[in-house]
Design a protein. Sequence first.
Lengths: 40, 452
Amino acid sequence: MEQEILVLAESEIAEVSNQECECAQCTDCNCPDGDCCTDS
Amino acid sequence: MNIADQYMRVETCYTGEIDNYGYAFVPGSAKGVVLLDKRTKNLLDNLSSFHSGKDEQRLQLLLQNGLIRYCDTPPRSPALNKATIKSMSTWLHITNSCNLDCGYCYIVGKKDKQPMPLSVVKSYLDKLENTIRVHQLESVQIRIAGGEPTMQKKLVAYLAEEVRARFIEKGVRIQLILLTNGTLLNPWWIQLIKSHFMKLCISLDGMEEWHDLQRFFKNGLGSFGKVHQNINLCLEKGIKPNILTTITENNISGISQLGKYLIDSNLPFRLGVYRDNSGNFDGYESFIEKVLDALNDCYNYYACAIRERRATFNHQLADIHLNKRPHLRSCNIGYSGVTVDHTGNVFLCQAGMDRKPIGNLRDQSTLLQMAWSQETLPELREKNVLNYRNCHTCQWALACGGGCPIVNASVNGAADIASPYCKLIKTMIPRLIELKALQFIQKYVTLKNERR
């Protein structure tokens, strides 16, 4: 049987802004872009 | 001609397989980790395996997700653009004083016990207001640090109230972040943190004696008991602190145990590395080998905990960024971040306060203009990781940013040379991507089950 195609990017899954995000990176973000929310 | 011949895999694309899924990741891509079925993953690894009539949709999806590109279009080349900065951060060093006496502390002039006077806080807020207006900034992060900032209750409370009145109530997004050793946290601090939506970072370098070995009170007694108690207090009151750990030669053997505790507690944590070996590259290799052993142990445990849904991946290693933006620098110094000390002097970085200030709050320039014209590390004025020596061809450049410029400069003599931790970073990025992929698989499986 043909395998179901799966190509799913993280960015397609709902996110919160880094104001609410508790991830390690957002809590201590020091990247050049500042608002680096990412994982949620 | 095979239709796939017009495409090529994006040069920096990394692929892997875990738990019967494939995954791919392009550093700096807005897509993040991309989950793949195995056949699509194999096609990405070998485009010449394309089967006409079976793989057209796969090819299109790989293209849409930035994993392959047309051979005749040049690869994208991101650049830093000061004109587009909408967010900045300031490290506010409010005091040299601290109740601990950690061996690796970088603060100079510890005899100067004076906290930041309110007149300097006001000058800072005026300067920040001016900076926000001139550069039309939308958000600012203020890291409240020292020394130990929780020794300055009135000052921090005043700062938080002023920030609310002067900025937040007028629609500017300001995020306060308290960086503390955690020993003095109490219900008063919990209340302040909650009422101002502060983010909280607590330093914890190991369990029990491993922490006490490098973070002790002035009388020599270890601080672990107090810090651990206060982490629990925060959790009881609904605050989840981000744990900051510094790995050194001293506590390396305790890192695996600490990692397991943090994973079991489902606490976000960042691991940094520190070697007091300025100007000398020797010794990094053996230190890195020890760090790799400890991290591999931690990450194996993390993988099990994610699979068993006991933990969610919530971790940062050093300055590695696996989010959805290109990281042309490992941090924002000299671009969109400055440090302001308790006297009103402005510095390139908090770890460079022993160097000449790049300005003072009394100067006419905005904080960003001071960052841009700094002469502490002039190579940072124009350069980014894509033109650092040894970094420009690296697959991981946009996830690593070249490493800490201050460390690079102290070890290599210039900031625009690859980090002495390059091997550590290159070895661990694939492991971090794998953990992110595992987390993503859990999320995907949950969503799939919900839709059934």
